[in-house]
Design a protein around this ligand. Structure first.
Ligand code: CS2
Ligand code: MN
Length: 357
């Protein structure tokens, strides 16, 4: 596995590449061109400039999170062709730049959804949290307003103010799109991009929907074993793969995470590993990474990844805000660094144990 850290670029991220490199075992960053709107073409020179900056700091770009998908592609409107053409060209430019893993998601309107960005835990740390009760009470148009105050003046991925300003329009555009239609549009998109992925060996890695059920009546499809396997079969190409995000699939307690990992052998191209703590099945928070801090068995998760021969980039996912750090919720330095060390500790123990057998 390639231990990696999500980095928002020197314009946006307060955390420097130097700090990231100082985390023990850290090899790469997962990043993106943050000023690109979904559907916009990424030029080769822009990609190379970003790559140079990272490599000059002694790290590699281990993958892109994300090249976002334009709504026209998810909706399946006629103008999708031009956006898919741009996507193909972007993948070609990434491939030429030697970048081989691209994360994306296929969630309508909202990316991930949390109802609190700074729930205070007994130890004084703050975490992102979700309750269905809060979602049920809120008008989706006010969702952004309701959490904005806790964003610490950062722009959180998927919650860009320009997009949120058009929220009513977006809901209108998705009116006719149900789960089957969304599957169909995803298949169409994948079939169009697979040739360029084959040519440049680019692993596409879809991020699951978070939470793993429908919110605000919008369809969500990447939510469980059945659906993700359906997607793998629907376009049966190794370049059609998954970002296995434990904290997203894991929002639904019916999902058996280690079993899902094993069933996706060969198709997991990127891993997001984090733990959740549940107060009830639809009230949970993003705890520290340790098994004992939440409800997941992190050893079993890492063991499953190990057993399927996972060798792609992995990153600690959201961390708590600790030690008075102020920054983007979920994306502080300290707790994610602790998470990275913990995950590497588990991996080392599993590896040594297996090799001694
Ligand atoms: C991430 C998602 O920050 C997060 O919660 O897990 O934003 C994820 O990066 C995107 O959905 C992937 O496209
Ligand atoms: Mn994730």
């Amino acid at each position: 596995m390639i231990m990696s850290f999500r980095w928002y670029g020197s314009k946006q991220d307060k955390i420097s590449l130097k700090y990231i490199r100082q985390i023990p075992g850290m090899k790469g960053v997962i990043t993106t061109l943050y000023d690109k709107m979904p559907g916009e073409l990424w030029e080769y020179d822009e990609i190379m400039a970003m790559k140079k900056e990272v490599e000059d700091a002694g790290l590699i770009i281990s993958g892109i999170e994300s090249v976002n998908i334009h709504d026209a592609i998810k909706i399946g409107s006629p103008d999708r062709e031009e956006y898919i053409d741009n996507y193909i060209k972007t993948l070609e430019n990434l491939g030429k730049a030697g970048i081989h893993m691209v994360c994306y998601n296929f969630m309508p309107v909202f990316d991930w959804t949390r109802t609190e960005l700074a729930r205070v835990l007994p130890d004084g740390s703050t975490v992102l949290a979700y309750t269905q009760e809060a979602v049920d009470k809120i008008n989706p148009e006010n969702m952004f307003e309701s959490i904005k105050g806790d964003m610490n003046d950062t722009v959180m991925p998927g919650w860009e103010p320009e997009r949120m300003a058009k929220i009513k329009e977006l809901f209108e555009m998705y009116k006719e799109v149900d789960s089957e239609k969304l599957f169909e549009n995803l298949k169409y998109f994948l079939e169009r991009i697979m040739p360029v992925c084959d040519e440049y060996d680019i692993n596409m890695a879809i991020h699951p929907d978070d939470p793993a059920w429908s919110v605000f009546g919008l369809p969500r499809i990447i939510i469980n074993k059945e659906n993700i396997l359906r997607m793998m079969k629907m376009v049966d190409n190794v370049h059609n793969g998954v970002t296995f995000c434990t904290g997203s699939f894991g929002t639904n307690l019916k999902n058996d995470i280690p079993d899902m990992i094993r069933s996706l052998k060969g198709r997991i191209h990127f891993a997001h590993v984090r733990n959740l703590k549940f107060h009830s099945q639809d009230n949970f928070e993003e705890s520290a990474h340790l098994s004992s801090a939440g409800d997941f068995d992190m050893y079993e998760i890492m063991k499953a990844l190990y057993d399927i021969g996972f060798d792609g980039p992995i990153r600690p996912d959201h961390g708590r805000m600790i030690w008075d750090e102020v920054g983007m919720p979920g994306y502080g330095l300290y707790d994610r660094a602790l998470g990275a060390c913990y995950l590497q500790g588990l991996w080392e123990a599993i590896d040594k144990n297996e090799k001694r057998k």
